[in-house]
Write a protein that binds this ligand. Structure first.
Ligand SMILES: Cc1cc2nc3c(=O)[nH]c(=O)nc-3n(C[C@H](O)[C@H](O)[C@H](O)COP(=O)(O)O)c2cc1C
Length: 258
């Protein structure tokens, strides 16, 4: 009997089984490619932040090879090439900021950017010139905007103070409002701005409205995103946190002093 209930269920079951085999096969086989794509997406953002991304060259790994990745050991603010048990190429500080034993909870009064957990080991990307001197560095930054955490990279010139570029690779801000952090025109404004003032305090901020071209402190001010004061403030707070004493300040000092 072709229309028996058992036959119908049997066919349905067989179809489900075949489909699930296809899906599992694809998921397992594509896992490595997916992971590599994810790593390459991040690499492209690091290159963009550094201002050295070549859109016409699809070989991201080759482009990325000019950068030297290093760990930051936040226990002593030193830059090191190896940490036992961690793989430098695939190491993602954000992932490790959620892994038991690999992060420190930031005290509330220090957590101006609502980062919550700080990884014990950070990561820095260094571009060197032909004399092996530092040409620029790229550092990961993150902090809360209006709807969630913005994750990005910021690049500094050889003086370890002048901004060379800023790129966010993930955020939840509203397109057209806070989402304008991705607007190339806004990102361009950052180039040449200074993080620290002469007293070595973090001074760079996103202001409300447009910066007056006559402003004496123009080097420390970036135009606000219109209708998105909260996202703008989030970006200011993340700079204050990551370039302050709890973030990269001492690391950059150590790097400067060789
Ligand atoms: C649907 C909706 C989405 C919004 N998205 C953002 C956002 O992504 N970032 C932001 O700072 N403000 C956003 N706002 C506006 C904030 O609520 C707030 O009004 C704004 O940050 C104030 O900025 P202003 O002083 O420049 O107007 C949004 C408002 C609404 C109604």
């Amino acid at each position: 009997m072709n229309d028996s209930i058992f036959k119908t269920l049997g066919v349905a079951f067989a179809v489900c089984l075949v489909c699930s085999l296809f899906v599992s096969f694809a998921a397992v086989n594509l896992r490595d490619t997916q992971n590599l794509n994810k790593i390459n997406d991040q690499r492209a953002k690091v290159l963009q932040a550094a201002g050295i991304y070549d859109e016409t060259n699809t070989n991201i790994e080759e482009q990325f090879s000019v950068l030297e990745a290093m760990f930051i050991d936040f226990s002593n603010n030193q830059i090191v090439s190896a940490i036992e048990g961690l793989d430098l190429d695939s190491y993602d500080p954000v992932e490790y900021s959620r892994k038991d034993g690999f992060f420190t909870v930031i005290p509330n009064d220090e957590d101006i950017a609502i980062v919550k957990n700080k990884e014990n080991y950070g990561k820095i990307f260094i571009l060197r010139d032909e004399n092996n001197s530092i040409n620029k560095v790229v550092l990961p930054i993150r902090g809360y905007g209006l709807w969630g955490t913005l994750f990005g990279y910021i690049s500094l010139a050889a003086d370890l103070n002048t901004v060379e570029g800023l790129e966010f690779y993930s955020h939840k801000e509203t397109p057209g409002l806070g989402g304008e952090v991705d607007n190339p025109r806004w990102k361009k404004i950052w180039i040449g701005k200074k993080i620290y003032n002469n007293n070595k305090n973090v001074s760079l901020e996103v202001i409300k409205g447009a910066v007056n071209p006559q402003d004496q402190n123009i080097d420390y001010k970036v135009d606000g995103l219109s209708g998105a004061t909260l996202t703008s403030r989030g970006v200011t707070n993340m700079l204050a946190y990551w370039f302050g004493e709890s973030g990269y300040k001492q690391v950059l000092e150590n790097l400067k002093n060789g």
